[in-house]
Design a protein. Structure first.
Length: 164
């Protein structure tokens, strides 16, 4: 923001204050306080908000209770695709979920991910009951171009992804 006189007043990281210096790097999750003239506050905020593009396209892997519930909540506000490896469960989910596109397939299938434009996915979340498969499919999705991924190996990991 070279055209606006702005200063970083404080940074809180993990609820602890950090004294900002010239070499301080702002990290994801930091709470940053700025000082600027009141007439410039709106410009400063709009500049900062442009840095993080909102999620629009989300791909989920796993149609169990967690995946189905997550899809149900997300489909109201996002474009959601869900990959389920059990054909019968995929069919059930396709009927139950209003606006989620459900696929029968394997998230480790590079051809399927490419066909479904994994490189245009903003957030890829794997929530099967197989932690290793979740991590591996998330790594594959990232390598193939997904913007942000989570191979959820615990509920807390999943919550961090959803929070941003």
């Amino acid at each position: 923001m070279p055209h606006i006189d702005t200063r970083v007043a404080a940074i809180f990281r993990h609820d602890r204050p950090i004294r900002p210096q010239g070499s301080t790097i702002v990290e994801a999750g930091d709470e940053v306080f700025f000082i600027a003239a009141s007439q410039h506050i709106r410009a400063v905020m709009s500049e900062l908000q442009r840095l993080e593009k909102p999620y629009k396209r989300i791909m989920l892997v796993g149609g169990g209770n967690i995946g189905a519930g997550l899809a149900r909540r997300l489909e109201k506000d996002y474009s959601v695709k869900l990959i389920e490896r059990d054909q019968q469960r995929a069919a059930e989910l396709a009927e139950k979920l209003q606006n989620t596109i459900v696929f029968f397939g394997d998230a480790s299938d590079q051809e399927l991910l490419a066909e479904e434009h994994i490189d245009q996915v903003d957030l890829f979340i794997a929530v099967t009951n197989d932690d290793e498969a979740n991590i591996m499919s998330a790594m594959l999705a990232k390598r193939m171009g997904a913007k942000k991924v989570d191979g959820a190996d615990s509920a807390s990991s999943l919550c961090r992804s959803c929070a941003g």
